[in-house]
Write a protein that binds this ligand. Structure first.
Ligand code: CA
Length: 225
C-alpha cells in the first residue's frame, strides 16, 4: 500500500503520533504545521489523503477544505481532527465537505480505520455504472454527478454515496447500520447521528428531489421510486 498522507497539525505530539501510526501501516507521511505550509505543500504535491486539524495558528482548517473543492486534479479526501465542541454540522457542512472527522482525544487505531475505509471507498469499481434516472432526478455514478430538473447539484462525496446507496436499493428500507456499512465502510459510536446529519444535508441540497429520500420511522431510510 503506497499511500501518501499529509498531516496538518500544529501540536507536535499529536502530529508525531498520527505519523507513527500511519507509517507502521506502510503509509508515507508528511507533516506541516499551519495553513500556509499546507497550501505550499499542495501547490507542489498531491497526497492521497489529508488529516486536518481545525485550530491552526494561522486560521481555520476548514479554509483548506474549501480550497480543495476548487482545486484541479484528483480528489483528495480530508479527515478532520477536531477538539471537542466543534460542530459536526459545520465540519461535514455545505461548501466544506470533509469526508470524515474524529474528535480529540482519539485512538490512533480509530483514525487508521477511518483512513483505510476512505481510501477503500475511493478505489474504482470494475464496471462503469449506469446513470440512474427517476423522473427529474438523475444520478450519474461515473461522473459522480447529480442533476435535479437538469441542473447539477453539488454534493460531497459522502452525500453522493449515500444517495446512490439508497437509489440502488430503491424501495427497500436501509437501516442506519446498513447505510453506514455501505457508505462509510465501518461503524463507530454516534453513527446514527452522523447518518441523520448527512441525510438532512442531502435533502436540503436536493430541493424538490428531497421527496425521494423517505424516513422510515424507527428503522432507517428508503428511496421512493
Ligand atoms: Ca491545533
Amino acid at each position: 500500500m503506497d499511500f501518501h498522507v499529509l498531516i496538518v497539525e500544529d501540536e507536535e505530539d499529536i502530529a508525531r503520533l498520527i505519523a507513527r501510526t500511519l507509517e507502521k501501516e506502510g503509509f508515507r507521511t508528511s507533516v506541516v504545521r499551519n495553513l500556509s505550509e499546507a497550501q505550499n505543500f499542495l501547490a507542489r504535491k498531491e497526497p492521497d489523503l489529508i488529516v486536518l486539524d481545525l485550530m491552526l495558528p494561522d486560521g481555520d482548517g476548514l479554509e483548506l477544505c474549501k480550497e480543495l473543492r476548487f482545486r484541479k486534479g484528483k480528489e483528495i479526501p480530508v479527515v478532520v481532527v477536531t477538539a471537542k465542541g466543534e460542530e459536526v454540522d459545520r465540519i461535514l457542512g455545505f461548501e466544506m465537505g470533509a469526508d470524515d472527522y474524529i474528535v480529540k482525544p482519539f485512538s490512533p487505531r480509530e483514525l487508521l480505520l477511518r483512513i483505510k475505509a476512505i481510501l477503500r471507498r475511493l478505489q474504482k469499481p470494475k464496471e462503469p455504472p449506469q446513470t440512474l434516472r427517476f423522473d427529474f432526478l438523475e444520478i450519474d455514478p461515473q461522473k459522480v454527478e447529480v442533476r435535479v430538473e437538469g441542473k447539477p447539484v453539488r454534493l460531497t462525496r459522502t452525500e453522493f454515496n449515500l444517495l446512490l446507496a439508497l437509489a440502488e436499493a430503491r424501495g427497500k428500507v436501509l437501516s442506519r447500520e446498513v447505510l453506514l456499512d455501505k457508505v462509510w465502510g465501518y461503524t463507530f459510536e454516534g453513527y446514527a447521528r452522523t447518518v441523520d446529519t448527512h441525510i438532512r444535508r442531502l435533502r436540503k441540497k436536493l430541493g424538490p428531489a428531497a421527496e425521494f429520500v423517505e424516513t422510515v420511522w424507527g428503522i432507517g431510510y428508503r428511496f421512493r421510486s
